[in-house]
Write a protein that binds this ligand. Structure first.
Ligand code: GDP
Ligand code: MG
Length: 321
């Protein structure tokens, strides 16, 4: 099967929202009208310095856009569970959620287990190492789900500054995203090439969707979820929201290398099922984004990056005029 032609720019226009232009009040009314409940799941492994403020930001929406806040703790050895409980979150350990399965196999397994200890119709996942948390990380993600029935999964995107020697540099973060995930998606799943941050840890989905797809363990969970949602529900079921900026812990290159290996496994394993394991004509269009001075993010015209194969020199010499 060929890689399908897909109008990325058209999807981007229809399915990209700016958090500042969402009507959160209307979303809160619509949520009450439809009787929808929202769970927030916070995966955490040794996040005591940051998890308290993340919970406070989420809790500010309690009773309005949020009904339940649950921390999935991966066996932290610091004060993460105590801080979390103190700020009003319900704390589960990943092993407590499924004792028969033993300790969770990384982040994706923790998120999968969270489905069994939450009850919301909509589940929002938020990383707990965020240093600039804000309620918009939750409200901005659930609003499009509440107001648009066709949308089933909403991903956050943002600038990811990187901290080098104590100084923040804009847009230097997201190395696994830029060097692995987006190139892979542009090659094999161009329908997902309009996602600015496909690996973002902040996203909301409908329980019905999340319970019907597999979860990759570890750091493969986000790319696997996108590919499976695309396969089962189509590109229009996926949307993204600009949250502005996110600052979190930047991992060192050896940790990112392991992360990239997991992300690659989750993506490549899905090629045969997606019918994309044979590829006579790989796409050459590559999508990139630019944040303007007025802070809107734009999808740029696709650039063409075509790699051609020069024949072995002995063959070339033999046939060259
Ligand atoms: N429960 C649980 N949470 C985890 C595990 N590994 C990472 N996390 C959490 O998942 C979130 C994302 O992990 P992080 O290491 O920051 O990944 P990155 O943001 O992609 O660099 C953070 O809130 C972590 O605390 C795990 O094995 N179990
Ligand atoms: Mg992080």
């Amino acid at each position: 099967m060929q890689i399908p032609d897909f109008d990325v720019a058209e999807w981007y226009r229809r399915r990209t929202f700016e958090s500042r232009s969402l009507d959160l009040e209307a979303a809160a009314w619509a949520k009450a009208d439809q009787g929808l409940s929202v769970s927030v799941v916070l995966p955490a492994y040794n996040e005591a310095p940051t998890i308290g403020d993340v919970i406070d930001a989420v809790m500010s929406l309690a009773g309005v856009l949020v009904d339940e806040v649950v921390v999935l703790d991966g066996g932290s050895t610091d004060a993460t569970p105590e801080v979390a409980a103190d700020r009003g979150a319900r704390v589960h350990t990943d092993i407590g959620a499924f004792p028969d399965l033993g300790p969770a196999l990384g982040k994706g397994d923790a998120l999968w287990r969270s489905l069994s200890v939450t009850s919301g119709d909509i589940i929002t996942f938020v990383d707990t190492d965020i240093r600039n948390p804000s309620p918009i990380f939750v409200s901005g993600l659930v609003a499009p789900l509440i107001t648009t029935p066709q949308i089933e999964l909403v991903k956050a995107f943002y600038d990811r500054p990187i901290e080098l020697n104590g100084t923040l540099h804009p847009a230097g973060g997201g190395r696994v995203t830029e060097l692995l995930a987006r190139p892979l998606l542009n090659l094999f799943w161009p329908e997902l090439s309009g996602l600015v941050q496909p690996l973002s840890g902040e996203y909301a989905g409908r329980r019905e969707l999340l319970e019907s797809i597999p979860f990759s363990t570890g750091y493969g969970v986000e790319i696997g979820m996108l590919i499976d949602t695309l396969g089962r529900r189509g590109a229009d079921a996926i949307a993204q929201v600009d949250i502005g900026q996110r600052i979190h812990r930047n991992q060192d290159i050896t940790a990112l290398s392991r992360m990239a290996f997991g992300v690659a496994q989750a993506a490549l394993r899905r090629l045969p099922d997606a019918g994309r394991a044979t590829f006579p004509d790989l796409p050459t269009a590559y999508r990139q984004f630019q944040r303007d001075a007025d802070d809107t993010v734009n999808l740029l015209e696709a650039g063409q990056i075509e790699i051609i194969e020069r024949p072995p020199m002995v063959e070339y010499r033999a046939t060259a005029p």
